[in-house]
Design a protein around this ligand. Sequence first.
Ligand code: NI
Length: 176
Amino acid sequence: MAVLPILVAPHPVLKEKCAPVDAVTPELAQLMDDMLETMYDAPGIGLAAPQVGVSKQILVVDVARADEEPRPIKMANPEITWESEELGTYEEGCLSFPEQYADVQRPARVTVRYLDENNEQQEIEADGLLATCVQHEMDHLEGIVFVDHLSTLKRNMILRKLKKLQKLSKQKKKAA
Ligand code: NI
């Protein structure tokens, strides 16, 4: 397994619509494992393929707490087959937006159909943090990032802060 570099916004690949996969080949199953390792290393609770520069409909999530057994889920071609009318709000972050957080409202419960790492069709019902996390990662596959759910004012504020942070880290690298 390998830890892959994570793309930080703004990056053109993060705005692309990802292509569905024909099948989960051994190479794609390996990519899923590498994405999981990258996500745990960050650390984060979800990661979508475009965040590591691969424009394919693949994502991984694990919302288990640090004191729980890991519960990794690997998905290809995920599709929402049902969503609740009830909405839930979580403060979301994203590995492509380091240190930026904002409240986002989404359906509180969803049913998701997908291909697993063995190329078998699965369907899960998700609620709470898992429902939010899967929807956040599925957005990435459409070229949508969490700040796209915010007002223009809030979105621009986060993008400006991100730019400032990146400038600072570049200066630090130069100084080191
Ligand atoms: Ni994200």
